[in-house]
Structure formats: structure tokens, C-alpha cells
Design a protein around this ligand. Structure first.
Ligand code: PAF
Length: 286
């Protein structure tokens, strides 16, 4: 696997793939890789001729300076993991390479960004859109792979691609979980032993909640999930919303949409974990 740090080196390498007519699959990451990221690379390898990954901790998407400082970084470990799953090219730029000057673009994702993550992390999705649009411009991938754990991010990126009329196909990929159900996340490494022991309660409660659909009303199910997770002394729900999977707007009844998803953010002290569960999906098979 080649590792490049500049756009010039990246472009040179990409030009050789294009000359050979190889379709490029792209997996953008912020590093601190785990099996979830590697599953994206494997999916990319199965759908494209060459896999390009990026590792870049994007300062513009952190609305909390401590969260940015705490974010785990280990490029040589990440590179070894990517190489093992047949990634051919790793782009690991520094901040000046991605943002030679301040990115002042302001995107408008309408009601997709005023709820859930967008509501609790103001500016987050604008930062995601800035970096993803820049990376897409640099890599010009045929396909790009994103995990469904970041459910709202996926919707925002699909909207970004439409707005900018980009040629890239966005491929949603299944959530990868630890054996005890906890959704894989780079932030899991920051949990204390006690928090880590309690964290699977999030997924357990979400999965269990599916057994009460449609018997419980949406309001009652939301309360049940909240109360159950908050029973753990280590966990505190920030939000739990049951939404239309396309518009991300809250639904009041199980009959309001063909695609209904429960999205949650939970604090384990300062560590913020997100997850989601699909209650109803008549249109998609993931
Ligand atoms: O999901 C992530 O890891 C990041 O938000 C992304 C898409 C790599 C942009 O920095």
C-alpha cells in the first residue's frame, strides 16, 4: 500500500489508476480504525477495482475543542490495518493540505440538519460537508462507502452529492458491532472499563425495543428506551428520536412512514456514543 500526504502525490497515483481504467472505491475516515472501517474497505474492494482510503481528523466538524483533542490518533497502526485488507492507497494529509485557506462555505441541508446530531452539535454537518466535498474533489471516486451507524451523516452526504451534482455513488454499509452488541466506534477506545461494561446496554435496549412495535405508541417507546438506558449509572441519553428514515423528521405514529428508524446519542461521562435501529423498512434491504 502506498501512503501519500499531498494532493500532488495523490493526483499522480490516481492518474495511473485511471489510465488503467480502474474504478476507484473511496473510504474516507478520521483514523483510529476498527473492524467497522475495515468492513467498508472490504465492501469497496468487492465493488471497485482499487480502494483508496483517507485518514484525516477534520477539525472543522468538531464543535467541541476537547473532543478534537481527545480524538485517538495512530497513523502507523491505521496503515497496517488498511494494508491487511488490500487498501492500495492511503491519503493522510495534514490540515494545510486539505484547507490551504479557511473554508468559509456554508451548506444548507434544510431540516436534515436541524434535528438530532445537527441540533446537538451545531456546525458539525457543515464541517463534514466541507471535508467530504474537498476529499471527493481530490479523489474523484466512482463510489464512496459510509457506515449506517452515522445515519444522519449518510443522509446529509447523499444530499450534498445531489446539491453539488457529483458523479460519485454513495454506498451505505451495515453497522458492525462488537460481540456484545456495542456498535463499533473509534470513541469506544476512550471508555473506562466500567463504561465499556455498561455501553452494550444501548444496543441491547434498542434491539429489545423492536419487540414492542407497533404495540407501544411512539411516545411510550421513546420513554421506555430513555428510562432503561438511564438506569445505568454510567449512561445518560442525550436524545432518542424515532424518525422517518428519509426526511429524518420525527414520526408520531408507526403508520406515518414506510421507513422508520430510532436514532440515539448517549453520554458515558464525556464520551458520546451514537447508534440506531431500523423499526420498519419496506424499501431497503441492507
Ligand atoms: O464518519 C467519519 O469518520 C467522518 O465524519 C468523515 C466522513 C470521514 C468526514 O471527516
Amino acid at each position: 500500500m502506498k501512503i501519500v500526504k499531498t494532493v500532488a502525490e495523490l493526483s499522480g497515483q490516481l492518474a495511473s489508476y485511471r489510465k488503467e481504467n480502474r474504478k476507484i472505491g473511496f473510504v474516507p475516515t478520521m483514523g483510529a480504525l476498527h473492524q467497522g472501517h475495515l468492513s467498508l474497505v472490504k465492501e469497496a474492494a468487492s465493488q471497485a477495482d482499487v480502494v483508496v482510503a483517507s485518514v484525516f481528523v477534520n477539525p472543522n466538524q468538531f464543535n467541541n475543542a476537547d473532543d478534537l483533542k481527545r480524538y485517538p490518533r495512530d497513523l502507523s497502526k491505521d496503515a497496517a490495518m488498511l494494508e491487511a485488507v488490500k487498501c492500495e492507497l492511503l491519503f493522510a494529509p495534514d490540515v494545510n493540505e486539505v484547507y490551504p485557506e479557511e473554508d468559509k462555505r456554508v451548506f444548507d441541508f434544510g431540516s436534515l440538519e436541524t434535528v438530532m446530531e445537527g441540533k446537538y452539535r451545531p456546525g458539525h454537518f457543515n464541517g463534514v460537508a466541507q471535508v467530504v466535498s474537498r476529499l471527493f474533489d481530490m479523489v474523484k471516486p466512482d463510489k464512496a462507502f459510509f457506515g449506517l451507524k452515522d445515519f444522519q451523516q449518510l443522509a446529509v452526504i447523499q444530499n450534498l452529492v445531489q446539491q453539488l451534482n457529483l458523479k460519485v455513488e454513495i454506498v451505505p454499509c451495515a453497522i458492525i458491532r462488537e460481540d456484545d452488541g456495542l456498535a463499533m466506534s473509534s470513541r469506544n477506545a476512550l471508555l473506562t472499563e466500567e463504561q465499556r461494561k455498561n455501553a452494550p446496554e444501548i444496543a441491547r435496549t434498542l434491539f429489545d425495543s423492536c419487540n414492542f412495535v407497533p404495540e407501544l405508541t411512539i411516545e411510550a417507546l421513546k420513554k421506555k428506551v430513555h428510562d432503561e438506558i438511564n438506569k445505568s449509572s454510567e449512561l445518560e441519553v442525550e436524545y432518542f428520536e424515532i424518525v422517518d428514515g428519509y426526511t429524518l423528521q420525527a414520526v408520531d405514529n408507526w403508520t406515518d412512514s414506510n421507513y422508520i428508524v430510532g436514532c440515539i446519542a448517549v453520554f458515558a461521562n464525556k464520551i458520546r456514543l451514537i447508534d440506531n435501529v431500523t423499526y420498519k423498512n419496506k424499501d431497503h434491504e441492507y
